[in-house]
Design a protein around this ligand. Structure first.
Ligand code: 6GU
Length: 244
């Protein structure tokens, strides 16, 4: 899985991709994360990547030639299927389903917008996906790109040590994760739920499912509309709702 990230701030990309699980995945050759400096694709003395908008008005717009030239170069270096994503707060909201879709790709180029926007011809004629990570405004697309890289890379087989952990967690089941505990079973006056230390695996599974449902109902009831629920889950939810 190859991520190439077009940016005027390659240091942000390197700082994030040089740590922890993404670093290990890179070292193992499972993912490639390359920051590509947009200034390397400029031809003027000042390596200009932005300019004032036609028609006037405040702010600067990301110029199109360096972006087109960079993307053309990257595509010709690695022929084959490619997604070209523009990171922008105007994009489609990134979520776990999108992460799963992107994890099936081999080559993703990400363009980090800076300034007040990018020349519209980049969106119209170069980009296959426009992505936002949420309803707030960042100073640039770099951190958003790394959020996407992180969420997608951890779905690539072998990136997480334990293959089951990507499956049982929040969102892939459509529910929030159940509460977790580890040793010691008693700390100050805080103890671990009895059932979890009972060794009764069937009861533990039941407890976990119920607490996933409780947590989802409390914090993200919207998720219950699309989560796959069994008849027993529905009975559990009815029971929990009666508790109030
Ligand atoms: Cl992708 N870019 C910027 N600048 N702000 C954002 C974003 C992206 N996603 C959420 N806010």
């Amino acid at each position: 899985m190859i991520f190439e990230i077009l940016t005027t701030f390659p240091g942000i990309i390197e700082a994030v991709a040089g740590e922890s699980i993404i670093r290990r995945a890179r070292d193992k050759g499972l993912v490639e994360v390359e920051a590509v400096n947009l200034r390397d694709f400029t031809s003027d003395k000042h390596k200009t990547t932005d300019d004032s908008p036609f028609g006037g008005g405040p702010g600067m717009v990301m110029k199109l030639e360096p972006v087109f030239d960079a993307v053309d170069t990257l595509i010709s270096r690695r022929p084959g299927k490619v997604r070209v994503a523009l990171m922008t707060p105007q994009g489609e909201r990134f979520d776990q389903a999108k992460a799963e879709q992107l994890a099936r790709e081999n080559h993703i180029i990400m363009i980090c917008g800076r300034y007040e926007g990018v020349d519209e011809r980049i969106r119209r004629h170069l980009v296959t996906d426009e992505m936002s990570i949420g309803d707030y405004v960042l100073t640039g697309g770099e951190l958003a790109a790394m959020v996407v890289v992180d969420a997608v890379a951890r779905l690539v087989p072998g990136v997480l040590g334990d293959e089951s952990s990507a499956e049982s967690e929040s969102f892939s089941s459509g529910l929030l994760e159940y509460p977790q505990y580890t040793r010691p079973a008693q700390y100050r006056e805080y103890s671990v739920p009895e059932v979890l230390v009972s060794g009764n695996h069937k009861e533990i599974e039941k407890w976990r499912r119920e607490h996933s449902l409780r947590r989802t109902l409390e914090r993200r009831p919207d998720l219950l509309n699309s989560a796959p629920l069994t008849e027993e889950d529905r009975r559990t939810l009815v029971r929990i709702r009666k508790e109030e």
